[in-house]
Design a protein around this ligand. Sequence first.
Ligand code: BG6
Length: 305
Amino acid sequence: MTDPITLNNQFAIPNLATFDAGKGGLTRLTLKSPAATAEVYLHGAHVTRFDPRDQPPVLFMSALSHFQPGKAIRGGVPICFPWFGPKAPDTKTADAQAPAHGFARLMEWNVDSVTALKTGASVVLSLASSPETKTLWPADFSAKYTVTAAEQLTLSLAVTNTGTTPAKFEEALHTYLSIGDIEAVSIEGLANATYLDKMNAATPTPQDDPLIRFTAENDRVYLDTQSACTVRDPALGRQIRIAKTGSHTTVIWNPWIAKAKAMSDFGDSEWPAMVCVETCNVADYAITLAPGATHTLTATIATLR
Ligand code: BG6
């Protein structure tokens, strides 16, 4: 793990960007500007905090999250790459231990640069294929992740195929949003899309109602959609808009009561306070990159009050 002192010597910007030992001793970057405060762990390139000025947190974090090498952080924005969910059988290697949602959220990313902006700051983190990643996925790749914390949070994941054969992967910016009450929330932006209903054997199902509402566990992969989504949250009196580019699927998830209880790193009563709106390319919308090609997935998260 790169220590915060070395990183501060190289990259710190006084009053704007500093590294320290965060929870569990994991290295954390805090970006603090008049516009917003954000935190990013190098473990998983994981954004765990985005608080625009004078607003409650936009990102949900579980009080029971692990902060430990080898384990995913629960909440914030995990990066799922190069697969989503369990590893598909067609890409299975000898290693049956392939972690859910890929390895990117479990690995330490490097810091490439930290930049002061007019109204905030941004950091570029990177991860490249290594003997360790190749035991799980054979492709040669480099990934650059730019996190910009200003009035909005902008997350941009650029993946380049550095190998000599095509590379196929899934990816998701698995954004956990903090909300007042799941039963009062509605999500707009996916009307008429078809979703794979993971609560019903991934059956393709039309989204007839223009608004998604929550009355039970919800785990859906919306297909062929490039639309922005707006989460309307009457309990907190705000809306969160998630706009995106380079993404053709959106996953909506809330674990509800039983699944929350089954997750050891998620509080039994935390489920009403979160919803995931995941900017992604998954299932039949996986990305295939020719050698040398780059694909960029971007999510922009903004609040309206
Ligand atoms: C969601 C999936 O994106 O992530 C769910 O659609 C899954 O099926 C959830 O349960 C959490 O996954 P994990 O691996 O972080 O527990």
